[in-house]
Design a protein around this ligand. Sequence first.
Ligand SMILES: C[S@@+](CC[C@H](N)C(=O)[O-])C[C@H]1O[C@@H](n2cnc3c(N)ncnc32)[C@H](O)[C@@H]1O
Length: 492
Amino acid sequence: MIAISNPEVHQLLDLITDGIAAFDKTGALSPNLNDTSGYMSSDFGKNNEQAKHLSAVIAAAALQLAAIFQPPQNLLLNLASGAYKTAALRVCLEGNVTEILREAGPKGAHVREISAINGLDPKILARFLRYLATLHIYRELSPGVFANNRVSAVMDTGKDVKELFDSTDEVCKAAMLSWETITDPAYPAITPLNKTFPTSNRRASENHELHEQNHEEEDAGPPDAVTIFDLLQRPEEAARHRRFAVAMEGMSGVQPLECLSRGKSYSFYNSFRPRITAITAYEWESLPEKAVVVDVGGGVGTISLELTKRYPKLNFVVQDLSGFVEKGSELASYNRLAAAAHNFFKPQPRKDASIYLLRHVVHNWSDEDSIKILTRLREAAREDTKLILLEIIMPYACRTSNADTGASLDPGTVIPGASAGEAPVPLLANFGAVNEFAYLMDITMFALCKDSSERTIDQFAVLFQKSGWKLTRVNRLAEDAGMWQAIEGVPV
Ligand SMILES: C[S@@+](CC[C@H](N)C(=O)[O-])C[C@H]1O[C@@H](n2cnc3c(N)ncnc32)[C@H](O)[C@@H]1O
């Protein structure tokens, strides 16, 4: 009997074959797993829109093929064992394996040599390394001899992402208690984070005091429902606090810079590939000299630092809780960059802002709290002030016929840039696991912050409307449904 093959398999195969042929014609460097020259070796993704689109299609098709051909029980088992992957990564990170292998160079190092440096048991280290090599993180060159590859090189401490991975500590521990949290009668007043770092050994009044730093109202939540920011402010959590701040900086390594600025400062890209500059957050050069950009909840000022270097005629103010602002010591060396302690639930003191910029801020908060934060900004805004949120816009896993355009409040309106490009059939509309990052971040928000989430464009439109702003456009990073987009609004 001749088996009739699934037509979807051939469509996927065509997407891969045609995609690779087209990719080769883009002039982009073909990615190579054995290349350890740096975690941004996926430069094709940053600088060449077409190559980036094709690589997403190829990867999504390959992952979908794997999902078709793998026995479903294996696929499920691999998924269910995600914690082991995290554990193996952490062992290698804490054991500085990537750095040791960097020193060893392309010939690699035997696990005994690695263990002689980091003091770990070579037998268990070899098992973790082999597991990761099987997932294309590190390579086993000959029995027991390992070398870095393009993926393991990302963990090099020379890059901020090392701290980024480190911060999975509290997120992963918390996420493991998702089930216990959602079945707890106290849910949704508590988060997995609260279960992981119990507050019962603290006096309730002490907890409440911490909570009050973030909230004005007495009834903002039970004392136990501390947020990650309350936790980080505790003196005994100073190490976590420092790590979190560096992790936020590391996010800039992950987030392509094109998200930040439009136009002429990218002279290299502009001269060769003018279309790239459509990928932007705002036309910063259109602002008048000395215009004020307030970076609300700006952490250690990562974004403002980048912007101030490119746009020295603008004034930047980084606002955050006092513990954070103090950590941004580099801020002091720039004349037009000021740091100020400010609780964004309190009235906004800067009423002279051209732009209120909030990167990865509202995703930490419930709708109710986000509306409070944005309302404080609306109260202080001038008529011409713009609000820019840099946030993930959650894609659906299904096709939406471009319905999710932010028009739910005002049928017939289409917000420019609101709709993400969908992947070609038969791929999942959201490019499947290629955009897994968005969903990881969403679950991270669930684990760490009470009632918070990443949001769809329609949910953003509602937040804007309820706080006196109108969502006017999205400066979208083309094809990149899983990354942060610039969501812009004006006062109404
Ligand atoms: C996810 S971090 C983002 C930091 C920064 N915007 C960035 O992108 O690097 C959220 C920030 O909100 C700050 N934050 C939390 N509660 C705050 C409050 N009530 N007032 C001001 N900032 C606050 C935190 O300290 C933290 O720096």
